[in-house]
Design a protein around this ligand. Structure first.
Ligand SMILES: Cc1cc2nc3c(=O)[nH]c(=O)nc-3n(C[C@H](O)[C@H](O)[C@H](O)COP(=O)(O)O)c2cc1C
Length: 82
């Protein structure tokens, strides 16, 4: 995170932050504060393949499910109706 932030600031190029980003609110803060242009998620996605859905819910946001997941999201009651 500090490296992504410093490279972005000093070299003026887009950077991605990765490492120990575990929640939606944390990811959103990094982007809002302009510390990185993109957040990448590794191990939390291994633990929870629905991490984007969980992060969106944490932020009170609605996201469209990826087509291959559509039935599963629906079955688990997490699909957001338009
Ligand atoms: C199973 C696994 C495979 C990974 N493979 C790569 C890889 O091929 N190249 C890479 O740059 N980083 C790889 N990483 C590192 C992740 O991209 C990431 O930097 C690291 O897991 C820290 O982020 P996290 O806290 O979100 O997991 C891997 C991590 C894991 C857990």
């Amino acid at each position: 995170m500090p490296l992504a932030e410093r490279i972005r600031r000093e070299a003026g190029i887009p950077t991605a932050a990765v490492g120990l980003i575990t929640g939606g609110r944390q990811a959103e803060e990094i982007l809002r504060q302009g510390r990185a242009d993109l957040v990448a998620i590794g191990r939390p996605l291994l633990r929870n393949p629905f991490w984007p859905r969980s992060a969106a819910a944490e932020l009170g946001e609605r996201i469209e499910e990826p087509a291959p997941y559509r039935n599963y999201w629906f079955e688990t009651g997490m699909r957001h109706e338009a």
